[in-house]
Design a protein around this ligand. Structure first.
Ligand code: ZN
Length: 272
């Protein structure tokens, strides 16, 4: 974590300091090496929030793109007494969670339910196959607006574990070394919107634009108007498909009604 309490004051780590974890009140020690972002760690690397993942450099670099007062916001559910640390919470109440490690769908859903107004930033470089699959799958992205696309087979585009997420998930594919991949990614994040039905809506957004929007009007990262539009469009398409299906059935029934055998078999009278 980037913040701990020293005599009740939220403090950044500095060499030799000890502080108190704001969640579990156990002692944390400052880690101030030269390789990694300076941070606090529980003694023995134990974490107190079961949702807290061991932070990577990617994780801390992302957090540091936002003001320190937004970091590691402790959120409570008064009904259940549960409390968790949100990576970043903007002043207008949007939680940004940075996810590097694998997350089971059930656990992802629990976090989405707890934080409600939230977006994910997902490390798209965790598995070697993720970026090549995305670039291959992107050939089938169909534009439906400026930097908005839809994809009929989202499992050919993004990791399966993220399909069906209830919060927008921004995939960060980093800065690929391969020139073709780098040209394609262009310092952008690709956001999977919560799905209604099988197909996916994907939005391309410049990384700096994402950070700027998060600082000025983070609510718009939830893409609520776009999601409502997509839902309407999908409902209209479903209604049209249903009408066409019914029309096809009616046509088959009509053809069956009109069909009469051309020759009727009649027993021949025997003549001797
Ligand atoms: Zn703790």
């Amino acid at each position: 974590m980037l913040w701990a309490d020293i005599e009740k004051v939220r403090s950044a780590p500095a060499s030799g300091l000890r502080g108190m974890c704001p969640v579990c009140a156990r002692t944390v020690i400052a880690k101030c090496g030269t390789q990694r972002v300076h941070h606090w760690a529980h003694i023995g690397e134990r974490a107190c929030d079961r949702w807290w993942e061991r932070e990577t450099q990617w994780h801390r670099t992302w957090k540091l793109r936002f003001p320190g007062t937004w970091h590691e916001c402790i959120m409570h559910d008064d009904a259940t007494g549960e409390k968790h640390i949100a990576d970043v919470r903007t002043p207008d109440g949007v939680v940004i969670e940075f996810q590097h490690s694998h997350l089971r769908a059930g656990e992802r859903g629990a976090r989405e339910h707890f934080y409600r107004n939230m977006v994910w930033v997902v490390d798209g470089t965790r598995l070697q196959r993720d970026l090549p699959r995305f670039i291959r799958g992107a050939r089938d992205l169909r534009p439906i607006g400026k930097d908005v696309f839809r994809h009929a087979f989202p499992d050919e585009l993004l990791p399966k574990t993220w399909l069906g997420c209830a919060a927008p998930a921004f995939f960060d594919f980093g800065a690929p070394e391969d020139p073709e991949a780098a040209r394609f990614i262009q310092n952008c994040l690709w956001c999977l919107l919560p799905q209604n039905g099988h197909q996916a809506i994907v939005v391309k957004i410049d990384r700096d634009a994402f950070i700027g929007i998060a600082q000025q009007n983070a609510q718009s990262l939830l893409f609520l108007p776009l999601r409502a539009q997509a839902e309407q469009r999908l409902a209209a398409e479903r209604a049209r498909d249903r009408r066409e299906h019914l029309r096809a059935i009616a046509a088959i029934l009509e053809r069956q009604r009109q069909w009469r055998p051309r020759h009727h078999w009649q027993p021949r009278r025997r003549t001797f």
